[in-house]
Design a protein around this ligand. Structure first.
Ligand SMILES: NC(=O)c1ccc[n+]([C@@H]2O[C@H](COP(=O)([O-])OP(=O)(O)OC[C@H]3O[C@@H](n4cnc5c(N)ncnc54)[C@H](O)[C@@H]3O)[C@@H](O)[C@H]2O)c1
Length: 246
C-alpha cells in the first residue's frame, strides 16, 4: 500500500500503459482518477477496482484538463501524482511527406497534452502538499526513429519539458521525471506494427520479448514513491536493455 492516502490522475487510462498504471496505483492504495477520451475503455479499466474513478477527458483540451483536476480536488480530496500517458503515432512519413495539419496533430497529442495537464494540475498538487509528475515519452524521443518525425520531436519535447518542470516546481515539493519506454505490447503497438515486426523487435531486446504495460506502470509507481524522493528531472529508459531506433 505504497500510495495509501494519495490521489493520482492518470491520462490515457482506457488502454495499454495508462490502464495498467491506473490499476497499479489503485492496488497500491491511491485514489485514482482515470481519464481518457474512450469512455467504454475507462469502464473496463475501473471494473473490479474500488479505488478508480473515471472521467471522459480530452487531454488536448485545456477545459477538459481543468475539469478533471477540479474533479480530483473536489471528489478525491486533492492531487499528488500526475501520470501523463496520452500519446501515440502513425509511422510512415518523413518531414517531406508530412503535412502541417498532421504535424500539429501529433505534437498536440504527445507534447501539448502534457503541457496542458501540467498547467492545470501543478497548482493543485502544490496546494495538496506536493507530489510527483511522471511523463511518458518514448525511446523514439531519445534515439530517433524512422519515418515518424512529429512523434520523435514531440517525445523529445516531453523529455525537455520534464526537466523544466523539475526545476520550476521543486520549491513546491513537486518532482518530475520522464520514462522512455521501449517497445511495449499494447493496442498502440498492435495497430502500428505487423506480427513480423513485433517478432523482430522482441529479438532486439536483451530480455528477448516486448515489454508489458505493467512494467512501465511499475516504474511510474516507483518514481512516485518515497523510495524515489531524491530522483528529480531524470529520464528513465525502460526498454529491456534495447538501444537504438527500429
Ligand atoms: N506501446 C509502446 O510500445 C510505446 C513505446 C514508447 C512510448 N509509448 C507511449 O506510451 C503512451 C501510451 O501508449 P500505449 O501503447 O499504451 O497507447 P494506446 O494507444 O494503447 O493507449 C493510449 C490511450 O490514450 C487515449 N487517448 C488518445 N488520445 C487521447 C486524448 N486526446 N485525450 C485523452 N486520451 C486519449 C486512447 O483512447 C487510449 O486509451 C503513449 O504516450 C505512447 O507514445 C508507447
Amino acid at each position: 500500500m505504497q500510495h495509501e492516502g494519495k490521489v493520482a490522475l492518470v491520462t490515457g487510462a482506457a488502454a495499454g500503459i495508462g490502464q495498467a498504471t491506473a490499476r497499479l496505483f489503485a492496488q497500491r492504495g491511491a485514489r485514482v482518477l482515470a481519464t481518457d477520451i474512450d469512455a467504454s475503455g475507462l469502464a473496463e479499466t475501473a471494473e473490479g477496482y474500488a479505488g478508480i474513478t473515471t472521467v471522459a477527458a480530452d487531454a488536448t483540451s485545456m477545459d477538459d484538463c481543468r475539469a478533471a483536476v477540479q474533479q480530483a480536488q473536489r471528489d478525491l480530496g486533492g492531487l499528488h501524482f500526475l501520470i501523463n500517458v496520452v500519446g501515440g503515432s502513425r509511422p510512415g512519413k518523413t518531414v517531406v511527406d508530412l503535412d502541417e495539419e498532421e504535424w500539429d496533430f501529433w505534437v498536440r497529442l504527445n507534447l501539448t497534452s502534457t503541457f496542458l495537464m501540467c498547467r492545470a494540475a501543478i497548482p493543485v498538487i502544490g496546494q495538496s502538499g506536493g507530489g510527483s509528475i511522471v511523463n511518458i515519452a518514448s525511446g523514439a524521443g531519445v534515439t530517433g526513429m524512422g519515418r515518424n518525425p512529429a512523434y520523435v520531436a514531440a517525445k523529445g519535447g516531453v523529455i525537455a519539458l520534464t526537466r523544466s518542470l523539475a526545476i520550476d516546481h521543486a520549491d513546491q515539493s513537486i518532482r518530475a521525471n520522464v520514462i522512455a519506454p521501449g517497445p511495449i505490447l499494447t493496442p498502440l503497438m498492435q495497430r502500428n506494427r505487423t506480427e513480423q515486426e513485433i517478432a523482430f523487435m522482441s529479438k532486439l531486446s536483451l530480455v528477448g520479448r516486448l515489454g508489458k504495460p505493467e512494467e512501465i506502470a511499475g516504474t511510474a509507481a516507483f518514481l512516485c514513491s518515497e523510495d524515489a524522493a531524491f530522483i528529480n528531472g531524470e529520464l528513465i529508459n525502460v526498454a529491456g536493455g534495447r538501444a537504438g531506433p527500429v
